[in-house]
Design a protein around this ligand. Structure first.
Ligand code: PSU
Ligand code: MN
Length: 305
């Protein structure tokens, strides 16, 4: 496309052959997990994609070049280097122009995936409308990207650091379908339930792929949220996690954390307050999402043959 975008050889070959590719984000590596859980998760997520027959394409900026598909040196660099910028839509061009490193959010990863021709992306949780957004105006750029960019995002819902009800209202307003995989309820990341419904429950990767295909055939632009609940055996009950989330939110308010620092601050506090338990759950739900994303990408590739 341009000298700014470097697609790894295996990703390029798979795209060219019409084989399944799954995009993976990198904010989760640089800002979503502490080391070494971040590296472990990034490496294992790629293996899960391959086990399911898809080529993983972790997306990040290194030295101002947008990379689609990283090798183990790239993953390790992102996991261990301090000060890698959190890169959302508005940051991409600046980081390219300045030759900087950047870890892409859901929004920026969707943009780059679309540029490269990748249609399915797996992450942990999407950003959304923050609690108190009626005064802070803190609404993740992920939601705006979902409104416009043609990528299916497989996630475990969103963390209840957000206002999940308002997040779902925003997605409805912007015409983004929220598809529950084998569930009628929007999952809340660590927990399978949130009390909020999804637009449609679909029970197979083929059915999800059929929705993506129908949108394309109808010329409907924009993303799709595929909400995939954390496996029951890895769930952290509301009774255990809700208090931790309240504490993290109170600390953020007390310290006056603002803007793009809010989400990484909250994630960092949750991991610190719960130790290994939330890291383990977080890793497992990512693998579960990669597995489903690979199946959806496989079903899309199959349909195109
Ligand atoms: N939620 C998580 N883990 C994450 C993120 C969100 O549970 O790692 C990251 C994702 O990269 C997401 C970004 O796109 O945070 C959202 O940041 P913001 O709220 O500033 O838009
Ligand atoms: Mn924000």
């Amino acid at each position: 496309m341009t000298e700014h975008l470097l697609i790894a050889p295996d990703v390029r070959a798979a795209l060219h052959a019409g084989e399944p590719v799954v995009a993976l984000e990198s904010t989760i590596i640089s800002h979503g997990f502490p080391y070494p859980a971040n590296l472990e998760c990034a490496v294992a997520a790629e293996l899960v994609a391959r086990e399911e027959g898809a080529v993983p394409a972790t997306i990040a900026l290194i030295g101002g070049v947008i990379r689609v598909g990283l090798d183990s040196i790239g993953l390790e660099y992102l996991a261990t280097t301090a000060g890698v910028a959190k890169a959302s839509r508005r940051d991409l061009a600046t980081l390219v122009a300045c030759g900087s490193d950047g870890a892409t959010t859901v929004a920026a990863t969707m943009m780059v995936a679309a540029m490269a021709g990748i249609r399915v992306f797996a992450t942990g949780g999407i950003g959304g409308v923050h609690r108190g957004a009626e005064t802070s105006f803190d609404i993740s750029a992920d939601l705006e990207e979902l409104a416009h960019t043609d990528v299916a995002v497989v996630c475990a819902g969103a963390k209840s650091v957000l206002d999940l009800g308002l997040t779902l209202e925003y997605l409805e307003t912007h015409g983004v379908p929220v598809l529950g995989y084998q569930t009628g309820e929007f999952p809340a990341f660590y927990t399978r339930t949130s009390g909020f419904g999804v637009d449609a429950r679909l029970d197979s990767a083929e059915e999800i792929a059929a929705v993506v295909r129908a949108r394309r055939e109808l010329g409907i632009s924009g993303g799709v949220v595929v909400a995939n609940p954390i496996p029951a055996e890895h769930e952290i009950p509301h009774a255990e996690i809700d208090g931790v989330i309240e504490t993290a939110l109170a600390e953020a308010a007390e310290r006056g954390v603002r803007g793009k620092a809010v989400t990484p601050f909250l994630l960092g506090r949750i991991h610190a307050l719960t130790g290994g338990a939330s890291e383990e759950a977080n890793k497992e739900l990512v693998y579960n999402n990669v597995r489903l994303a690979a199946k959806v990408a496989g079903a899309l590739a199959e349909g195109d043959r």
